[in-house]
Design a protein around this ligand. Structure first.
Ligand code: PMP
Length: 357
């Protein structure tokens, strides 16, 4: 007989290196993190490097932001700021709101989520579905008082007992990645990492992983990996890394990334390079990863993988490069995977993608 139960559990134990599998968890928080590091075959073969994606779309809330949400809520609890029944307020492109709301549900809190109305229908619907008190606001630049971040801060100030998550400047965000994401990557590759590429929204993932990999390298007496910023059009950060100029230009259909200020989470991080990635280049990779490797991903993952591919070409064959697969494609069906939307943005429509019936 093929595949007895003990064969299956044996294989799983070996594959995931889980001690004492199967195990139980006390809550959904335990399901955050511990994600696989997946070899991206196509671009690895094309570049002669090994390019790995950290599968953050596998978190319970479907994105890398579950880690920040858990870290921020745990930090507020430890400081005594969050009491049972308390309210967490945040401005977000959506994923942090989803992570915060799910962790809040598990721990007996409520959330008020402020989000620009330009973000994908799917994220908005999901936030409504899980009972967030959702406040959609017009998209405004950070310098404008109506920007979603400032609106969320004011709501937190006006709501008795509320905690403002403040993911951009609250470094509990990056510390979460420094404590979990970075050591996971380090142990998954036994420290053999030459470069890490990542886009920046708050900078929590990028800075936390960069700092955590530097910590681990120092402890092992090795040189730290190269840190490469992956930047979409419309963001000022690549210019800042290269020549200190933060002025943004252009625009992108990607969500949750791009920045025109140095956030608290980004402060003190040393960059070795920056790659400015046009949407068309990111989309081509997203479509290839989905149709050739079965990895359905969102736009920021495409920016990250494109920067990893460019880094591989710059470094030459034989290097190990790690990037982040931030969330899944299903969160953007109405945009990145919608022929009408792509045509409207003058982006190529892949042949397998059919118009809605
Ligand atoms: N990708 C997606 C899809 C996101 O929602 C976000 C967070 N806004 C990021 C990437 C960026 O992550 P970070 O905030 O840690 O920089």
């Amino acid at each position: 007989m093929e595949g007895s139960m003990s064969d299956i559990t044996g294989a799983a134990t070996k594959k995931f290196n889980i001690k004492g599998w199967p195990r139980t968890s006390d809550s959904m928080s335990d399901a955050i993190g511990g994600t696989p590091l997946i070899l991206l075959r196509g671009i690895s073969e094309a570049t002669g490097c090994k390019i790995y994606g950290k599968a953050e779309f596998m978190n319970p809330g479907g994105s890398v932001k579950d880690r920040a949400a858990l870290a921020i809520i745990s930090d507020a609890e430890a400081r005594g700021q969050l009491k049972p029944g308390g309210v967490i307020v945040e401005g977000t492109a959506g994923n942090t709101g989803i992570g915060l709301t799910l962790v809040a549900l598990a721990r007996g809190y409520r959330t008020i989520i402020v989000m620009p109305e330009t973000q994908s229908r799917e994220k908005i619907d999901f936030l409504r579905m899980i009972g967030a008190d959702l406040r959609l606001v017009p998209a405004k630049p950070y310098r404008d008082a109506g920007n979603y971040v400032h609106v969320s801060r004011r709501i937190a100030e006006e709501t008795p007992g509320a905690v403002w998550a403040n993911q951009f400047d609250n470094i509990a965000n990056r510390e979460g990645h420094r404590r979990t994401t970075a050591p996971e990557i380090w142990s998954q590759l036994d420290g053999r990492i030459d470069a890490f590429t990542c886009a920046c929204g708050t900078g929590g993932t990028l800075a936390g992983v960069a700092l955590g990999l530097a910590d681990a390298s120092r402890a092992a007496g090795r040189a730290r990996p190269r840190i490469v910023l992956a930047d979409p059009e419309g963001s000022g950060l690549a210019g800042w890394v290269k020549n200190g100029d933060l002025t943004p230009s252009g625009s992108s259909i990607t969500e949750g990334i791009g920045q025109s200020r140095v956030t608290g989470n980004l402060e003190g991080v040393t960059f070795d390079d920056a790659e400015k990635i046009p949407d068309a280049e990111a989309l081509e990779l997203i479509f290839a990863l989905q149709m050739q490797e079965g990895l359905s991903l969102g736009g920021s993952s495409g920016i990250n993988v494109a920067a990893a591919a460019r880094t591989a070409r710059k470094l030459g064959p034989g290097h190990n490069i790690v990037t982040i697969l931030c969330d899944g494609g299903a969160r953007y069906q109405s945009k990145l995977f919608n022929p009408a939307f792509l045509r409207q943005k003058n982006l190529p429509v892949p042949s397998w993608l059919q118009d809605e019936m």
